[in-house]
Design a protein around this ligand. Sequence first.
Ligand code: ATP
Ligand code: MG
Length: 364
Amino acid sequence: MANEKIILTGDRPTGKLHVGHYVGSLRRRVELQNSGKFDKIFIMIADAQALTDNADNPEKIRQNIIEVALDYLSCGIDPTKSNIFIQSHVAELCELSFYYMNLVTVSRLQRNPTVKSEIQMRNFETSIPVGFFTYPISQAADITAFKATTVPVGEDQLPMLEQTKEIVRKFNSVYDDVLIEPEILLPDNKACLRLPGTDGKAKMSKSLGNCIYLSDTEKDVKTKIMSMYTDPNHIRIEDPGQVEGNTVFTYLDAFCKPGHFEEYLPEYANLQELKDHYSRGGLGDVKVKKFLNNVLQEELNPIRARRKEYEKDIPEIYNILKKGSEVAREKAAQTLAEVKAAMKINYFEDAELIKEQAEKYGQN
Ligand code: ATP
Ligand code: MG
Protein backbone atom coordinates (compact mmCIF):
# COMPACT_ATOMS: atom_id res chain seq x y z
CA MET A 1 0.00 0.00 0.00
CA ALA A 2 1.31 3.43 -0.87
CA ASN A 3 1.78 6.11 1.79
CA GLU A 4 1.78 3.68 4.68
CA LYS A 5 3.69 4.95 7.71
CA ILE A 6 6.02 2.24 8.89
CA ILE A 7 8.61 2.17 11.67
CA LEU A 8 11.66 -0.07 11.74
CA THR A 9 14.12 0.07 14.58
CA GLY A 10 16.07 -2.32 16.75
CA ASP A 11 18.94 -3.21 19.01
CA ARG A 12 21.85 -5.60 19.09
CA PRO A 13 21.46 -8.37 21.68
CA THR A 14 24.98 -7.84 23.04
CA GLY A 15 23.72 -7.12 26.56
CA LYS A 16 20.78 -5.83 28.51
CA LEU A 17 19.42 -2.46 27.45
CA HIS A 18 20.56 0.63 29.30
CA VAL A 19 19.22 4.11 29.93
CA GLY A 20 21.11 5.36 26.83
CA HIS A 21 18.96 3.09 24.67
CA TYR A 22 15.95 4.27 26.59
CA VAL A 23 16.41 8.00 25.99
CA GLY A 24 17.99 7.53 22.55
CA SER A 25 15.28 5.38 21.05
CA LEU A 26 13.16 3.14 23.25
CA ARG A 27 11.16 5.84 25.05
CA ARG A 28 10.35 7.42 21.69
CA ARG A 29 9.28 4.10 20.20
CA VAL A 30 6.74 3.57 22.94
CA GLU A 31 5.33 7.08 22.40
CA LEU A 32 5.12 6.52 18.64
CA GLN A 33 3.52 3.13 19.16
CA ASN A 34 0.87 4.62 21.42
CA SER A 35 0.29 7.65 19.19
CA GLY A 36 -1.60 5.40 16.77
CA LYS A 37 -0.10 7.34 13.87
CA PHE A 38 1.74 4.40 12.35
CA ASP A 39 0.35 1.63 10.22
CA LYS A 40 3.02 -0.89 11.15
CA ILE A 41 5.86 -1.05 13.66
CA PHE A 42 8.72 -3.53 13.33
CA ILE A 43 11.23 -3.85 16.17
CA MET A 44 14.21 -6.01 15.39
CA ILE A 45 16.55 -7.84 17.71
CA ALA A 46 19.65 -7.64 15.54
CA ASP A 47 21.38 -10.91 16.40
CA ALA A 48 22.97 -11.36 12.97
CA GLN A 49 24.47 -7.90 13.17
CA ALA A 50 25.67 -8.58 16.73
CA LEU A 51 27.50 -11.67 15.42
CA THR A 52 29.52 -9.52 13.00
CA ASP A 53 31.77 -8.47 15.88
CA ASN A 54 31.03 -11.38 18.21
CA ALA A 55 31.54 -14.33 15.87
CA ASP A 56 33.47 -16.25 18.52
CA ASN A 57 30.82 -15.71 21.18
CA PRO A 58 27.41 -16.80 19.89
CA GLU A 59 26.48 -17.76 23.46
CA LYS A 60 26.52 -14.09 24.46
CA ILE A 61 24.02 -13.27 21.71
CA ARG A 62 21.90 -16.32 22.53
CA GLN A 63 21.65 -15.34 26.20
CA ASN A 64 20.76 -11.73 25.49
CA ILE A 65 17.85 -12.22 23.09
CA ILE A 66 15.47 -12.74 26.00
CA GLU A 67 17.00 -9.87 27.97
CA VAL A 68 16.38 -7.40 25.15
CA ALA A 69 12.86 -8.74 24.64
CA LEU A 70 12.11 -8.36 28.37
CA ASP A 71 13.51 -4.83 28.30
CA TYR A 72 11.24 -3.94 25.37
CA LEU A 73 8.12 -5.28 27.03
CA SER A 74 8.91 -3.73 30.37
CA CYS A 75 9.32 -0.30 28.75
CA GLY A 76 5.86 -0.57 27.24
CA ILE A 77 6.39 -2.09 23.80
CA ASP A 78 3.09 -3.87 23.25
CA PRO A 79 3.30 -6.97 21.05
CA THR A 80 -0.28 -6.45 19.89
CA LYS A 81 0.75 -3.08 18.42
CA SER A 82 4.43 -3.60 17.59
CA ASN A 83 5.96 -6.55 15.84
CA ILE A 84 9.10 -7.76 17.63
CA PHE A 85 11.24 -10.14 15.59
CA ILE A 86 14.65 -11.78 15.36
CA GLN A 87 16.86 -10.68 12.47
CA SER A 88 18.45 -14.08 11.76
CA HIS A 89 14.99 -15.59 11.32
CA VAL A 90 14.20 -13.42 8.34
CA ALA A 91 16.49 -14.98 5.74
CA GLU A 92 15.26 -12.56 3.07
CA LEU A 93 17.36 -9.85 4.74
CA CYS A 94 20.57 -11.68 3.76
CA GLU A 95 19.44 -11.96 0.18
CA LEU A 96 18.64 -8.27 -0.01
CA SER A 97 22.04 -7.38 1.49
CA PHE A 98 23.77 -9.49 -1.09
CA TYR A 99 22.21 -7.55 -3.96
CA TYR A 100 22.73 -4.16 -2.26
CA MET A 101 26.45 -4.93 -1.92
CA ASN A 102 26.78 -4.36 -5.65
CA LEU A 103 25.56 -0.79 -5.23
CA VAL A 104 28.13 0.33 -2.63
CA THR A 105 31.87 0.88 -2.97
CA VAL A 106 34.55 -0.16 -0.50
CA SER A 107 35.71 3.44 -0.17
CA ARG A 108 32.18 4.54 0.69
CA LEU A 109 32.08 2.00 3.53
CA GLN A 110 35.50 3.12 4.73
CA ARG A 111 34.19 6.67 5.15
CA ASN A 112 31.41 5.70 7.60
CA PRO A 113 32.36 7.59 10.80
CA THR A 114 30.42 5.32 13.19
CA VAL A 115 32.00 2.17 11.76
CA LYS A 116 35.41 3.89 11.89
CA SER A 117 35.11 4.65 15.58
CA GLU A 118 33.67 1.21 16.34
CA ILE A 119 36.64 -0.41 14.57
CA GLN A 120 38.97 1.61 16.79
CA MET A 121 37.01 0.77 19.93
CA ARG A 122 37.22 -2.93 19.15
CA ASN A 123 40.92 -2.86 18.14
CA PHE A 124 39.99 -4.30 14.76
CA GLU A 125 42.37 -2.06 12.77
CA THR A 126 44.31 -4.86 11.10
CA SER A 127 41.70 -7.58 11.22
CA ILE A 128 38.26 -6.18 10.40
CA PRO A 129 35.72 -8.96 9.82
CA VAL A 130 34.13 -8.45 6.38
CA GLY A 131 30.68 -8.91 7.91
CA PHE A 132 31.32 -6.10 10.39
CA PHE A 133 32.73 -3.80 7.71
CA THR A 134 29.62 -4.28 5.60
CA TYR A 135 26.99 -4.11 8.35
CA PRO A 136 25.73 -0.69 7.15
CA ILE A 137 24.60 -2.50 3.99
CA SER A 138 22.84 -5.19 5.97
CA GLN A 139 21.19 -2.43 7.97
CA ALA A 140 19.93 -0.89 4.73
CA ALA A 141 18.38 -4.28 3.97
CA ASP A 142 16.71 -4.35 7.39
CA ILE A 143 15.20 -0.91 6.91
CA THR A 144 14.11 -1.25 3.29
CA ALA A 145 12.75 -4.79 3.62
CA PHE A 146 9.92 -3.37 5.69
CA LYS A 147 9.55 -0.25 3.52
CA ALA A 148 10.19 1.76 6.67
CA THR A 149 9.40 5.46 6.44
CA THR A 150 10.58 6.31 9.96
CA VAL A 151 13.58 5.05 11.92
CA PRO A 152 13.76 6.30 15.54
CA VAL A 153 17.38 5.87 16.69
CA GLY A 154 20.28 7.57 18.45
CA GLU A 155 22.74 9.91 16.75
CA ASP A 156 25.33 7.20 16.06
CA GLN A 157 22.91 5.78 13.48
CA LEU A 158 22.95 8.87 11.23
CA PRO A 159 25.64 7.48 8.89
CA MET A 160 23.67 4.22 8.57
CA LEU A 161 20.57 6.10 7.50
CA GLU A 162 22.61 8.13 5.00
CA GLN A 163 24.01 4.91 3.57
CA THR A 164 20.51 3.43 3.36
CA LYS A 165 19.16 6.44 1.50
CA GLU A 166 22.02 6.24 -1.01
CA ILE A 167 21.29 2.58 -1.65
CA VAL A 168 17.59 3.32 -2.11
CA ARG A 169 18.28 6.10 -4.63
CA LYS A 170 20.79 3.97 -6.51
CA PHE A 171 18.50 0.94 -6.60
CA ASN A 172 15.48 2.92 -7.71
CA SER A 173 17.40 4.69 -10.47
CA VAL A 174 19.25 1.62 -11.77
CA TYR A 175 16.32 -0.81 -11.59
CA ASP A 176 12.86 0.44 -10.71
CA ASP A 177 11.04 2.48 -8.08
CA VAL A 178 10.63 -0.20 -5.44
CA LEU A 179 12.38 0.99 -2.30
CA ILE A 180 11.32 3.71 0.14
CA GLU A 181 13.70 6.38 1.45
CA PRO A 182 13.48 6.33 5.25
CA GLU A 183 13.61 9.34 7.57
CA ILE A 184 15.71 9.20 10.72
CA LEU A 185 13.94 10.34 13.87
CA LEU A 186 16.48 11.61 16.40
CA PRO A 187 15.61 12.58 19.98
CA ASP A 188 14.71 16.30 20.19
CA ASN A 189 16.52 16.60 23.50
CA LYS A 190 20.25 17.20 22.88
CA ALA A 191 21.31 15.21 25.96
CA CYS A 192 19.55 12.14 24.57
CA LEU A 193 21.28 12.06 21.20
CA ARG A 194 24.23 10.24 22.69
CA LEU A 195 23.95 9.75 26.42
CA PRO A 196 27.44 9.56 27.97
CA GLY A 197 28.52 6.67 30.18
CA THR A 198 28.63 6.93 33.98
CA ASP A 199 32.43 7.30 33.55
CA GLY A 200 31.91 10.48 31.51
CA LYS A 201 33.01 8.76 28.27
CA ALA A 202 31.29 9.97 25.11
CA LYS A 203 28.73 7.15 24.85
CA MET A 204 27.04 4.81 27.25
CA SER A 205 27.65 1.48 25.57
CA LYS A 206 27.20 -2.17 26.50
CA SER A 207 30.66 -2.81 25.11
CA LEU A 208 32.30 -0.20 27.38
CA GLY A 209 30.84 -1.31 30.72
CA ASN A 210 29.75 2.20 31.73
CA CYS A 211 26.01 1.62 31.79
CA ILE A 212 23.00 1.97 34.02
CA TYR A 213 20.79 -0.90 32.90
CA LEU A 214 17.02 -0.71 32.82
CA SER A 215 16.98 -3.92 34.85
CA ASP A 216 19.50 -2.78 37.50
CA THR A 217 18.19 -2.96 41.06
CA GLU A 218 17.38 0.23 42.92
CA LYS A 219 20.53 -0.26 44.99
CA ASP A 220 22.77 -0.77 41.93
CA VAL A 221 21.41 2.36 40.28
CA LYS A 222 22.09 4.39 43.41
CA THR A 223 25.66 3.06 43.73
CA LYS A 224 26.36 3.87 40.08
CA ILE A 225 24.96 7.39 40.43
CA MET A 226 26.88 8.11 43.62
CA SER A 227 30.18 7.17 41.93
CA MET A 228 29.41 8.96 38.68
CA TYR A 229 31.86 11.22 36.89
CA THR A 230 31.24 14.93 37.59
CA ASP A 231 33.63 17.89 37.42
CA PRO A 232 37.10 16.73 38.55
CA ASN A 233 37.99 20.31 39.60
CA HIS A 234 34.96 20.72 41.85
CA ILE A 235 36.71 19.59 44.99
CA ARG A 236 35.23 21.62 47.85
CA ILE A 237 31.54 22.50 48.00
CA GLU A 238 32.28 26.21 47.74
CA ASP A 239 34.31 25.77 44.50
CA PRO A 240 32.55 26.92 41.32
CA GLY A 241 31.56 23.82 39.33
CA GLN A 242 31.42 23.04 35.63
CA VAL A 243 27.99 22.03 34.32
CA GLU A 244 29.06 21.50 30.71
CA GLY A 245 30.38 17.94 30.26
CA ASN A 246 29.30 17.05 33.79
CA THR A 247 27.61 13.69 33.43
CA VAL A 248 25.22 14.18 36.36
CA PHE A 249 23.81 17.32 34.75
CA THR A 250 23.65 15.69 31.33
CA TYR A 251 21.52 12.93 32.87
CA LEU A 252 19.31 15.53 34.53
CA ASP A 253 18.92 17.20 31.12
CA ALA A 254 17.80 13.83 29.76
CA PHE A 255 15.43 12.78 32.56
CA CYS A 256 14.33 15.77 34.62
CA LYS A 257 10.73 16.96 34.32
CA PRO A 258 9.28 20.15 35.85
CA GLY A 259 7.37 18.33 38.61
CA HIS A 260 10.55 16.68 39.93
CA PHE A 261 11.74 19.83 41.70
CA GLU A 262 8.55 20.34 43.60
CA GLU A 263 8.65 16.72 44.66
CA TYR A 264 12.31 16.13 45.51
CA LEU A 265 14.13 19.47 45.64
CA PRO A 266 11.62 22.26 46.32
CA GLU A 267 14.29 24.85 47.16
CA TYR A 268 14.96 25.17 43.41
CA ALA A 269 12.31 26.10 40.85
CA ASN A 270 13.94 24.39 37.88
CA LEU A 271 17.07 22.80 36.45
CA GLN A 272 18.52 26.14 35.37
CA GLU A 273 18.49 27.41 38.98
CA LEU A 274 20.27 24.25 40.12
CA LYS A 275 22.87 24.61 37.37
CA ASP A 276 23.41 28.29 38.21
CA HIS A 277 24.03 27.47 41.86
CA TYR A 278 26.50 24.73 40.92
CA SER A 279 28.36 27.09 38.58
CA ARG A 280 28.55 29.83 41.27
CA GLY A 281 29.82 27.39 43.87
CA GLY A 282 28.29 26.29 47.14
CA LEU A 283 26.43 23.24 45.87
CA GLY A 284 27.91 19.79 46.50
CA ASP A 285 27.91 16.84 44.09
CA VAL A 286 26.20 14.57 46.62
CA LYS A 287 23.09 16.72 46.75
CA VAL A 288 22.78 16.79 42.96
CA LYS A 289 23.43 13.06 42.73
CA LYS A 290 20.75 12.29 45.31
CA PHE A 291 18.30 14.34 43.29
CA LEU A 292 19.26 12.51 40.09
CA ASN A 293 18.81 9.22 41.93
CA ASN A 294 15.23 10.18 42.86
CA VAL A 295 14.46 11.28 39.30
CA LEU A 296 15.88 8.14 37.72
CA GLN A 297 14.31 5.73 40.22
CA GLU A 298 10.91 7.28 39.51
CA GLU A 299 11.39 6.52 35.79
CA LEU A 300 12.81 3.04 36.33
CA ASN A 301 10.43 1.78 39.05
CA PRO A 302 7.46 1.01 36.77
CA ILE A 303 9.83 -0.55 34.20
CA ARG A 304 11.26 -2.86 36.88
CA ALA A 305 7.78 -3.78 38.09
CA ARG A 306 6.57 -4.69 34.59
CA ARG A 307 9.74 -6.73 34.02
CA LYS A 308 8.99 -8.82 37.13
CA GLU A 309 5.59 -9.66 35.63
CA TYR A 310 6.93 -10.64 32.20
CA GLU A 311 9.72 -12.71 33.79
CA LYS A 312 7.01 -15.07 35.10
CA ASP A 313 6.37 -16.61 31.67
CA ILE A 314 9.55 -16.83 29.62
CA PRO A 315 8.27 -19.43 27.07
CA GLU A 316 5.49 -16.97 26.17
CA ILE A 317 8.12 -14.32 25.34
CA TYR A 318 9.81 -16.72 22.92
CA ASN A 319 6.39 -17.32 21.43
CA ILE A 320 5.91 -13.60 20.84
CA LEU A 321 9.31 -13.46 19.11
CA LYS A 322 8.54 -16.49 16.96
CA LYS A 323 5.21 -15.11 15.80
CA GLY A 324 6.75 -11.69 15.24
CA SER A 325 9.48 -13.23 13.10
CA GLU A 326 6.88 -14.99 10.94
CA VAL A 327 5.03 -11.72 10.32
CA ALA A 328 8.31 -9.94 9.55
CA ARG A 329 9.30 -12.68 7.15
CA GLU A 330 6.11 -12.29 5.16
CA LYS A 331 6.66 -8.57 4.69
CA ALA A 332 10.35 -9.00 3.80
CA ALA A 333 9.54 -11.74 1.28
CA GLN A 334 7.10 -9.41 -0.45
CA THR A 335 9.74 -6.71 -0.80
CA LEU A 336 12.35 -9.24 -1.93
CA ALA A 337 10.02 -10.45 -4.68
CA GLU A 338 9.56 -6.87 -5.89
CA VAL A 339 13.33 -6.31 -5.75
CA LYS A 340 14.03 -9.43 -7.81
CA ALA A 341 11.38 -8.47 -10.34
CA ALA A 342 12.90 -4.99 -10.66
CA MET A 343 16.33 -6.56 -11.17
CA LYS A 344 14.80 -8.93 -13.70
CA ILE A 345 16.10 -12.02 -11.95
CA ASN A 346 12.61 -13.46 -11.51
CA TYR A 347 13.14 -15.75 -14.52
CA PHE A 348 10.47 -18.32 -13.81
CA GLU A 349 7.71 -15.74 -13.33
CA ASP A 350 8.71 -14.00 -16.56
CA ALA A 351 6.64 -15.60 -19.33
CA GLU A 352 7.88 -12.94 -21.75
CA LEU A 353 11.49 -14.03 -21.22
CA ILE A 354 10.71 -17.70 -21.72
CA LYS A 355 8.79 -16.95 -24.91
CA GLU A 356 11.55 -14.72 -26.25
CA GLN A 357 14.23 -17.35 -25.60
CA ALA A 358 12.09 -20.07 -27.16
CA GLU A 359 11.64 -17.94 -30.28
CA LYS A 360 15.39 -17.40 -30.44
CA TYR A 361 15.70 -21.16 -30.77
CA GLY A 362 13.00 -21.42 -33.38
CA GLN A 363 10.15 -22.52 -31.13
CA ASN A 364 6.84 -20.70 -31.18
P1 ATP B 1 27.04 -2.23 21.17
O1 ATP B 1 28.12 -1.69 22.05
O2 ATP B 1 26.93 -3.70 21.13
O3 ATP B 1 27.06 -1.61 19.78
P2 ATP B 1 25.13 -0.27 22.01
O4 ATP B 1 25.03 0.01 23.45
O5 ATP B 1 25.85 0.70 21.12
O6 ATP B 1 25.69 -1.73 21.84
P3 ATP B 1 23.11 -0.73 19.99
O7 ATP B 1 22.31 -1.97 20.05
O8 ATP B 1 24.24 -0.64 19.02
O9 ATP B 1 23.66 -0.45 21.47
O10 ATP B 1 22.14 0.53 19.76
C1 ATP B 1 20.73 0.42 19.76
C2 ATP B 1 20.04 1.76 19.68
O11 ATP B 1 20.28 2.53 20.86
C3 ATP B 1 20.48 2.65 18.53
O12 ATP B 1 19.36 3.35 18.07
C4 ATP B 1 21.46 3.61 19.14
O13 ATP B 1 21.51 4.84 18.45
C5 ATP B 1 20.83 3.80 20.52
N1 ATP B 1 21.86 4.09 21.52
C6 ATP B 1 22.82 3.25 21.95
N2 ATP B 1 23.58 3.85 22.88
C7 ATP B 1 23.06 5.09 23.05
C8 ATP B 1 23.41 6.21 23.88
N3 ATP B 1 24.42 6.14 24.73
N4 ATP B 1 22.66 7.35 23.79
C9 ATP B 1 21.62 7.42 22.94
N5 ATP B 1 21.24 6.41 22.12
C10 ATP B 1 21.95 5.26 22.17
MG1 MG C 1 26.12 0.15 18.92
